[in-house]
Structure formats: C-alpha cells, structure tokens
Design a protein around this ligand. Structure first.
Ligand code: SF4
Length: 587
C-alpha cells in the first residue's frame, strides 16, 4: 500500500481575468490571477494535512485541484490509492456492441450465401462478386459462416470484457475467414478492422472502449487532464505494450476516469447552505450520491441500485454523522435544518462513495462557535471509522492546531512553511507563520504581549510582488528580498500622508506622474528641475526603511526621466530548516 497518498509537484493554477478588446489592446495580452503559483507537498495516508493561510492565499484552489475541479496551469498532482480496496467494474461498451452487430451481419450474409448456393449452385455473391461456387465449397461456406456467428456471440458474451480475449476471438475469426475461401478475404478484411479497432489506443476514450474497467489506483492530474494508471500496467505483455501502448488514458472533462477519481476523493464545502439542493430531501440527496457512485455489476446494472438497499445505506450514513434518529432526518428538507445539521448532511454525502481522501474546505468556518468543536470531533471520529485521510483547509491556526498532524502555511499562492504541526506551533520559523500565530487571540489579559503583525493588505495576486511575496509586509525583510519600483511608490504615498512632507510631495509628486516597471520607478522631469528631484528622492530614501533603502541600486537621470532602480532579488528556494521546509532568505 502506498504511504504517500497525494504528491503535488510544482502546482500552478491560474484563473484568467476577463479583459475587453480595448483593454487588451491598451494593456497588452491576457492577465491571470495566480491563485496557486508553484507549490509542492505530500500527504501521507491516514494523516490530517492542513493547508493554512489568509483568505485569498490559494488554499481552497489547491484543495479543489486535488479533485480535478480546477484546471491546472503547470505541474502535476499524483494520487495513489491502495489497490486492495479496488474491485473490477464492468461495462458493456457501446462500440463493442456495434462491432458484434457488424460481425453478425457479415457472418449472416456468409451463411445466406452458402444456403443460396446450396439451392442454386451459382449466384451473385452478396458482396458484389459474381461467382460460381463448386459443390464442396458450399459446405465450407456454411461451416465458416456458422463458426463466425458463434465467434461473434463469444465476443458479445465475453466476461470480462477486456481487449485481450476480444482480440483473441477476433483473431481466430480472421484466421478462419482467411483460410476458408478466396471470398473469405472480404470477411477477413472486416474482422481485421474489428481487430484493429479493439487494439488501437484511443487517448480520448480508451476506457469506454476497453470494456473491463479495472479500477484505477493511480491518477495523475496535469494541464492536459487526468492520466490514469490502470493497475498492473507494468505486467502488460510485450505484445500489448507494442500494440496498445502503456495503459494510461488521457481524458478531458467529465468521464469515467474523473468519476472514479471522485469516488476516491470527496470534498466538504465551507457553506453547507449553498452545498445542498433545497428542493431535495436529505434522503434524496444521499441517494443521488450513493447511486451515482455505486459500482457497476457484470451486465451493466449498478450493483446497489435497489432502492431499499440504497435507503438503508443512506440511513446508516445519517446515523454515522450523528443525525439521530436517522429516519426523521431522512425525510426532512435541508431548509428545515440548522447550519450544523446541514454540515453533517454535507459530510454524510461526501462519505457516500466511501472516499479515501476527504478535502475539508473550511468545514466549520460557517458554523456557530458552540458547534464547531462537535463537528471537528465528528470529523476526527469518522477519519478513524472510515480510514480516511484529510486535507484540512482553514484560515484558523487554532483549529488547525487541534486537528492537523502536519500543516503547510500558504501565502499568496506559495507555501512558505510546511512540516509537523507540533514543531511549527512550538517554534515557527517563517516570519509570516510567526505573525499568524501571534494573531491567535489569547483569552488571558495577563498574557498580553506586543505583537509584530504584518503591515498592510495581501497584495494583488494578478501582480504578485517580486522575490519573496511577503516582502512588502515582512517585519524582518532583507535588502535582497525583492524590492522593486512599486515598493518605492508605496513608500512615497505612505510618507506623503504626513502633512510635514507636503513640500516634498510638491517637488516629487503627484504620485500619478510616477511609473513603476519591474525593478524600477521613474518620472518625467520635463516640467521640473532634474537636480532638485534627484536630490529629493535621495533624501526621501535616507529616511526609508533600511531594507528598502539598501536595495536601491541607483538614483539617476536617464534622458528626461529620473529613475530609481533596485537590485535584483536573491534566489528564493524552499530549504529544510529544523525538520520542516521553509521558504525564506533568513535561512
Ligand atoms: S524572504 Fe524571509 S525575510 Fe525576506 S521578506 Fe520573505 S519572509 Fe521576510
């Protein structure tokens, strides 16, 4: 059994911004909200892995990507599940049915020809060939036609429906047809067509054609969709590898593969009011989930499609999530329930397909304080009972401390610190983690301390800051952390709030005259005295925060512009620091 259930490598998820034609003409190209911008982490089987950060840091987007709910820009997510829980599922593929019908039609024509010749001795061959069939061949035609009908039936009845036996049947049929008579060449051609059809890899619908659906245990989510690894792919014969290639399938959008993935990964949404259809009763909501993910039995019917069976499962789920007596809740409309009860129904619905991984996206954020602890306890109980692994998304470090084994702190699409929750809470290394922990209220006035909280707001994810994204707010930033032109403009704006700097504002401003581009900020000096402006900028920089002032490379006059340029930031890479991964230049 794999110990690592989820591997996320360099994941990027961008949301395109809608921009009108004129905006694009003026502003140059498409723009994206960089919700997740290159994160990597692993989730071990059976653990509670917390994704923690402020609103808008990309934690929910990362969680939704694990289910294939948001398209990936770059990187990959590999989900590997234990194969012991997997049972083969069967479908009767429509295309294979059609292939059998074609087979029977040709075989029947063959038989009919034999019968006709048996009567008349010579005739027009049904496929347009004029022939006179000598007597012994009539029997041969009949035998071949009968065998072909039987082989078509074998193709139809084959259990399990997999390519290998289907190809074997088609191959036998083709060999018989070829060996029988010169006219068998035509039948041979049709059968070779079926053979090729059964053996040709089809990137967009291999699973549909395949017939026997061995449950996937490994899913790789990439920019191109979902690559599914079917178990025992490595045991393919050389012939299969050569003929159909490795057993992976690429799909886009909703498909069998995606459905299989959804059976293994489920989500509990933050807002239970929006997550439940108010027109349905609780029983109907659960029945839908149970029926949609019920395994398909040989013959194509869903194994648990019997209503009593499904209802019994739904009642058991309600009992498991603490909605008792379950039969009373079963008939209720979700609108007649409290927020806590609704969230329990959402949890029950997520458990319906018996998932192995549950993404809990702020599961208690919308609930009253009085029931938060109970729902968290319920989630922990269900984890043991159902053998679940959680990706627990929250902005609340106090909640994460209660439930998570390991946590990853996210800031503006990046992971800044990740490791064992116990260690991080005891000794946070990243300045942002420290700030978040300091922000947890302590219900004891005697333990009040001075807090060093990050200044300002979270920057715009469309234009994230250069270098370390936390640098404009970081209380311990270094000159190499990524200072750039817009930081200088922000500094001037903040400085000019003070009325005592009004003459400086008059000499340098207004701020709209300044332009920032990457590592530089500049303004035209056509209307002012360049020497005075340069001197004023230098004077302002002397009073600037040390890291910003030290990051300035030069203040110079270039043609008719005063330019303030900054040094390029130092390379920022995640490093291992005392048993956790930290992305900060302090280490
Ligand atoms: S790299 Fe570290 S020190 Fe520099 S701004 Fe980021 S968090 Fe602060």
């Amino acid at each position: 059994m794999p110990d690592v259930l989820v591997r996320v490598r360099d994941l990027k998820v961008y949301y395109p911004l809608f921009r009108g034609f004129v905006q694009r003409l003026l502003g140059g190209g498409a723009r994206f909200v960089r919700a997740v911008d290159g994160i990597s982490f692993e989730v071990q089987r059976g653990e509670v892995f917390g994704l923690v950060g402020e609103s808008g840091c990309g934690k929910s987007t990362a969680g939704r990507s694990l289910m294939g709910l948001t398209p990936i820009e770059e990187g990959e997510i590999v989900l590997e599940f234990p194969s012991a829980s997997a049972k083969p599922q069967f479908i009767r593929p429509r295309e294979l049915k059609m292939a059998c019908v074609a087979w029977w039609a040709v075989s029947a024509a063959y038989l009919a020809t034999a019968t006709y010749y048996g009567v008349s001795g010579s005739a027009l061959f049904p496929f347009g060939l004029v022939a006179t069939v000598p007597g012994p061949y009539v029997d041969a035609l009949g035998i071949v036609g009968s065998v072909q009908v039987l082989l078509g039936l074998a193709l139809w009845l084959l259990r399990p429906w997999s390519r290998r036996p289907a190809r074997l049947v088609a191959g036998i049929g083709a060999a018989i047809a070829f060996a029988s008579l010169p006219w068998g060449l035509l039948l041979f051609g049709v059968e070779v067509g079926i053979l090729v059809y059964l053996g040709t890899p089809d990137p967009s619908g291999l699973v549909r054609r395949q017939g026997l659906l061995l449950p996937a245990t490994k899913f790789t989510l990439t920019k191109d969709g979902i690559l599914e690894g079917i178990p025992r792919a490595e045991q393919q014969t050389w012939f299969e590898r050569w003929f159909i290639g490795p057993r992976t399938v690429r799909t886009a959008g909703f498909s069998w593969v995606l459905k299989q993935l959804r059976g293994k990964v489920q989500i509990v949404y933050q807002d239970p009011h929006a997550a439940l259809n108010p027109a349905l009763t609780v029983g109907e909501l659960l029945r839908h989930a149970l029926q949609a993910h019920a395994p398909i039995a040989p013959g194509g019917t869903r194994a648990s499609s019997r209503l009593e069976e499904v209802n019994a499962k739904a009642l058991k789920l309600l009992d498991d999530v603490g909605l008792r007596p379950p039969d009373q809740f079963f008939a209720k409309q979700s609108t007649d329930m409290s927020g806590g009860q609704k969230q329990r129904v959402v949890i029950a619905r997520a458990l319906a397909p018996k998932p192995l991984l549950l993404v809990a996206d702020e599961p208690v954020a919308m609930l009253d304080m009085s029931i938060r602890a109970k729902v968290l306890e319920l989630l922990l109980d269900l984890k043991e009972k159902y053998g679940l692994t959680y990706v627990f998304i929250t902005h609340d470090l106090a909640t994460a401390k209660l439930v998570c084994d390991r946590i990853a702190i996210m800031y503006l699409g990046r992971l800044v610190e990740a490791g064992e929750a116990r260690r991080i809470y005891a000794d946070p290394k990243h300045p942002y983690t420290r700030a978040l922990l300091q922000a947890i209220p302590i219900p004891d006035p005697s333990r009040r301390t001075k807090k060093e909280l990050p200044k300002g707001e979270v920057p715009d994810a469309v234009f994230p800051p250069a270098g370390c994204r936390f640098h404009p707010r970081c209380p311990v930033a270094l000159p190499t952390c990524g200072w750039e032109g817009r930081d200088f403009l922000d500094y001037l704006e903040e400085r000019w709030i003070d009325p005592s700097n009004s003459d400086e504002e008059a000499a340098l401003g207004p701020i709209e005259d300044w332009k920032s581009e990457d590592l530089g900020a500049s303004r035209s000096v056509r209307k002012g005295d360049p020497e005075v402006i340069v001197a004023r900028v230098q004077a302002a920089l002397k009073e600037a925060p040390k890291p910003l002032a030290e990051a300035v490379d030069r203040v110079a006059l270039e043609l008719d512009r005063v330019v303030v340029s900054f040094r390029p930031p130092a390379r920022l890479e995640p490093k291992e620091v005392e048993g956790r991964i930290v992305e900060c230049l302090l280490y």
